[in-house]
Design a protein around this ligand. Sequence first.
Ligand code: ATP
Ligand code: MG
Length: 625
Amino acid sequence: MAEDQADHTIYPVPGRLLDPAQCPEPYISSMEQYKEMYRQSLEQPDEFFGKLATELLSWFQPFQTVQHGGLRHGDVAWFVEGQLNASYNCVDRHALATPDKVAIIYEADEPNHSAKITYGELLRQVCQLAGALRAHDIRKGDIVAIYMPMIPEVVIALLACARIGALHSVVFAGFSAEALRDRVHDACSRLVLTADQGRRGGKTIDTKKIELPLRASSTIFSESMNSEDPLFLLYTSGSTGKPKGVMHTTAGYLLGAMATVKYVFDYHPGDIFACMADVGWITGHTYIVYGPLGLGATTVLFESIPTYPNPSRYWEMIAKHKVTQFYTAPTAIRALRRLGDEWVEGHDLSSLRVLGTVGEPINPEAWHWYNNTIGKNRCAIVDTYWQTETGSHIITPLPGAIPTKAGSATVPFFGVELAILDPVNGKEMAGNDVTGVLAVKRPWPSIARTIYGDHRRFFETYLKPYPGYYFTGDGATRDKDGYIWIRGRVDDVINVSGHRLSTAEIESALIMNHAVAEAAVIGASDEVTGQCIYAFVCLKPGSSGGHYGHDLTKELVMQVRKLIGPFAAPKRIYLVEDLPKTRSGKLMRRILRKIVAGETDSLGDISTLADPSVVETLIAKVDGV
Ligand code: ATP
Ligand code: MG
């Protein structure tokens, strides 16, 4: 990939976060403290994680062995002899200690319909559904598919499954019946839990009639599970191909979820934690359900969309519930930035301390907007890098400790030993100022254990490409200060006349133009240079006038030449209304590659494409030019 063009300005931890008069004292409040804990987590992993697992989790039977197995053989296990239950950890122990504390704030599609559910009430409802599942002969080890909108029942359903030891397999409620059937079939689910219908952005989404009669509950004791018993299956977003049905186990996953909510979001009792993802994705599992509820926190469940009834929705919600941690994706940040600052003005965002982002590399322009316009330069921005397979964050700043750079995920989380590998020979690239393939050298507790029913695919996808390492599939730079910059998918790397270019840096250069809201770049084959660059650019409203179009594309080409170099200049720029994205909001560059190559009859798995009509429009655009 190209030489490091990044802006290395360092943004210190906002002073407010370290002032006890204004904010609770951060758990980790200096770079030195982080480094010391990180060192311990690698040098004495048994002590470090043994202590963490004892502090954060409640065990029915303690573990003796902290870690076992490894990446070479794909037989990772943590907290081996331990027995526990995730539902007990997320509900019962808090219902006993603080029954009246709010567990879930349900922010319904209609802004005036929010509701609160206490831990006491949550326990009652989880028991009721767990009882109904048992009455339907669902037992430990069975798989239950969950196809529900973002209503409290979806959280209850996850926890009810965990309670009786059934694995849940959540299928995003926006999927078609066909995609649901495939996933139910693939996972051999014994039952599908669904709701009548959902609402999103003022529209009704039909799912199906609920199937289970709920009787008055008695207490349903939680099943004692081994640490390594599976907790759930979940499909990846499908950005690079057919989604993979990843399996996570009980103790390691739960520990990763809770430890990152505690340290990465610096969660303190009394905080209101708001993750805007859908429960159908890993971000929803870890940061709406298991992480916050494991810690006994108040978690916000947001049913709507950021633009309903208008683009102030997030900011109104933050003011209304006094949200302290807010977590969303670059796609939402770019979309709201595109609509203008007037939607943010006048909303009281002073409760916020930590602003998180996840899902794609965040373009520096979008990072600055988040930091300035939403965070008012007084919040920590945590750009959290992780995957469905990693279970919880693996590279991320910590609010009170790590100074940030716009667009860098910064430093590894505890226990995560990173490696940047040479893509050609697989050798580790030591030191700083290196770019290559991002891998991890040893297992951490929440790493996925397998792809359900296909351990071979798991092994071949993640462990075999670089033996002894977990291969992320992403490219990364470790800069001169040791900070990590995610460069995008290895599959998306573009090679122009021998220059390896990352999609992220060209897209970020394009988005720096005041007229640009979003951009996607891909490589297409070229007789002279091997590959050449095609860019698809969405403009901000009011910037798309016809007279503007021609000059603007020239201006954009010049901008990329100047910021990165002449070899990075796009050969062609298409100004488009919309880009192909997964339902979790990620750019699907593989679809653009196929369109440009004229291979539109072999688009691959498009079940996770959010709006299939975009494809037709883009084909017409590319063919028409
Ligand atoms: P599939 O594996 O099916 O192609 P996917 O990789 O998009 O889909 P997820 O597990 O939802 O499925 O996403 C993980 C990927 O998202 C990472 O591999 C990385 O490419 C990207 N990602 C997540 N967070 C960040 C981040 N903070 N910075 C850069 N990239 C990120
Ligand atoms: Mg992936």
